[in-house]
Design a binder for this molecule. Structure first.
Ligand SMILES: Cc1cc2nc3c(=O)[nH]c(=O)nc-3n(C[C@H](O)[C@H](O)[C@H](O)COP(=O)(O)OP(=O)(O)OC[C@H]3O[C@@H](n4cnc5c(N)ncnc54)[C@H](O)[C@@H]3O)c2cc1C
Length: 496
């Protein structure tokens, strides 16, 4: 489509599509470089994207509802004395976000007959995992072929198979972080993703329970460069299509258009995979292959408030091993525990992947009752009452994101991931998923937004060394040459 014809369009140098962490950070980087002619286009009526909260239940002391986080909830990896600090931790401190150290060792284990101490299984997993970590290191340093985390763990001696307690522990130790199973997770990039956050910054996970909402830090940062009622922020504005060329990008929204010299799309991989925005011309094959291969997980927190705390009030986590289904209402986290929303009688359970899709398809009542049944088998000696409040989001069908966050699949290379990052003409991409080192985390969105904002500002300000095109790989070869398809390799016939 011709880009310059529509004279009604609002014109800007940079259109930033999305007001999540990546979009706000990109705008801030532009602003810091004195590029103030930008527009932020966001479908939601708030700033923060997947950092999203809701009002839930009732605080018995104040008779007002609590704020609970439906999306991002933890600062993952803080920082250490003299070492690098996670930028999200820096911001959490800057905005005084209430948060508490999340103690993964504060855990009690259960099965369908109630309390059953299998914490030794946690130690067995950790032992195997540390062996796997070393093996993954050799894949990187010696350029060996990558595999699945499942294969990596199996080689290290961890084979849960039909042992449901081992499955529950594995889910807790791996899936809960990445939303996907070891079978679906790449080995090298799964382990490096963990290391770069938890060993580079620190092994702490701090849970944010600030009653302003976790996105107070995103809003706070936006106010460092946006004025009150700033006309450069267009909320409630949905991007429908993008026409891009080497000269600029035309953004069509549900009620108008923006003509920009550059655009930064911060849509999730889920939005891109669901063709929620159309591209003209269609994105090139090298780009689409990367989009379709990267994984979008689903992470669903299901909140219950009771009129009493019938679980141990001093323990943070309650792990349940279902006898039949892996990941069936497996991890319950108490918010009434010391340092959290004390006295709230709130507990939430997290489900992922297939179980998340399943509960997201069914009614609230069905889900509430399934969870209650699990609680009753975990606490057979207690009278588990009906909840006084119940709520969960449906991330997999949520149109702003179509899923929760990305995960690095088996078989994705660093080069193919770079294709997810790379620009196409004047259209640039940023977000948690484009971060090779911190995909899935808030810090991934922060680093990527900041980098793209800086890069575009350098181009606009004509700085020497500022380049337009990011590295990309239009053809990516495998490791097996045609000549290797030979009888010696068990391949006597011709397949194509
Ligand atoms: C349930 C859940 C739990 C999580 N837990 C954690 C955690 O504890 N710690 C952590 O570090 N990270 C966590 N994350 C991940 C974290 O939330 C993300 O990495 C981060 O918020 C992504 O920021 P972003 O800017 O890349 O994307 P987004 O926040 O998705 O921002 C993109 C924006 O684009 C907008 N948009 C989409 N489509 C359109 C359109 N067509 N038109 C206009 N605007 C559009 C969206 O509304 C959104 O605001 C969690 C995420 C979820 C969902």
């Amino acid at each position: 489509a011709p880009l310059a014809r529509d004279t009604e369009c609002r014109k800007t140098k940079v259109a930033i599509l999305g007001a999540g962490v990546a979009g706000i950070t990109a705008a801030q980087a532009l602003s810091n470089a004195s590029v103030t002619d930008f527009l932020i286009v966001e479908r939601n009526d708030y700033i923060g994207g997947r950092v999203r909260h809701t009002q839930f239940g009732i605080n018995p002391n104040t008779q007002t509802p609590y704020t609970v986080e439906l999306g991002a909830n933890w600062v993952q990896g803080l920082g250490s004395e003299g070492g690098p600090e996670n930028p999200i931790w820096t911001l959490a401190k800057r905005y005084g976000l209430n948060n508490t150290y999340d103690n993964g060792s504060s855990i009690l284990t259960y099965d369908e007959n109630g309390y059953n101490d299998y914490t030794d299984v946690v130690q067995a997993y950790e032992k195997a995992y540390s062996v796997a970590e070393k093996d993954a290191g050799y894949i990187l340093t010696d350029n060996l072929q990558d595999t699945s985390l499942r294969a990596g763990l199996s080689i290290a001696g961890w084979k849960p198979k039909k042992n449901m307690k081992m499955q529950a522990v594995e889910w807790w130790a791996w899936d809960l972080e990445t939303t996907q199973t070891p079978d679906d997770s790449g080995f090298l990039y799964g382990i490096t993703g963990y290391n770069l956050t938890y060993y580079q910054f620190s092994e702490e996970n701090n849970y944010v329970w600030d009653q302003r909402g976790y996105n107070a830090f995103v809003i706070g940062e936006s106010q460092t460069f946006l004025g009150a009622n700033d006309t450069r922020l267009l909320l409630n504005t949905t991007v429908e299509s993008l026409s891009y060329s080497a000269n600029g990008v035309m953004v069509k929204t549900h009620d108008g258009c923006v003509q920009a010299d550059y655009a930064i799309a911060t849509f999730s991989v889920g939005v891109l995979q669901n063709d929620a925005v159309t591209f003209d011309p269609p994105l090139p094959r090298w780009k689409r292959e990367a989009i379709e291969q990267f994984q979008m997980g689903t992470y669903t927190k299901i909140f219950y408030q009771f009129n009493e705390t019938f679980w141990d009030p001093n323990t943070q986590y309650f792990l349940y091993a279902d006898p039949k289904v892996r990941g069936y209402y497996p991890v319950w986290q108490s918010l009434t525990a010391p340092g959290f929303l004390e006295g709230s009688n709130i507990i939430f359970v997290t489900v992922l992947g297939n179980e998340a899709y399943r509960v997201e398809q069914q009614s609230d009542d069905m889900t509430r009752d399934e969870g209650l049944k699990v609680l009753r088998s975990m606490f057979p000696d207690k009278v588990v009452p009906e909840p006084i409040a119940f709520h969960y989001p449906r991330w997999s069908t949520e149109e702003m994101t179509f899923g929760s966050y990305s995960n690095w699949p088996v078989g994705m290379t660093l080069e193919k991931h770079q294709n997810l990052r790379a620009n196409v003409d004047r259209l640039y991409f940023a977000g948690e998923a484009t971060s090779a080192q911190y995909y899935g985390f808030l810090q991934g969105a922060w680093f990527e937004g900041s980098a793209i904002g800086q890069q575009i500002s350098q181009m606009i300000n004509n700085q020497t060394g500022a380049t337009g095109n990011m590295t990309r790989y239009e053809v990516l070869h495998g490791t097996t040459a045609m000549t290797a398809y030979s009888p010696a390799n068990g391949w006597p016939a011709i397949a194509f």
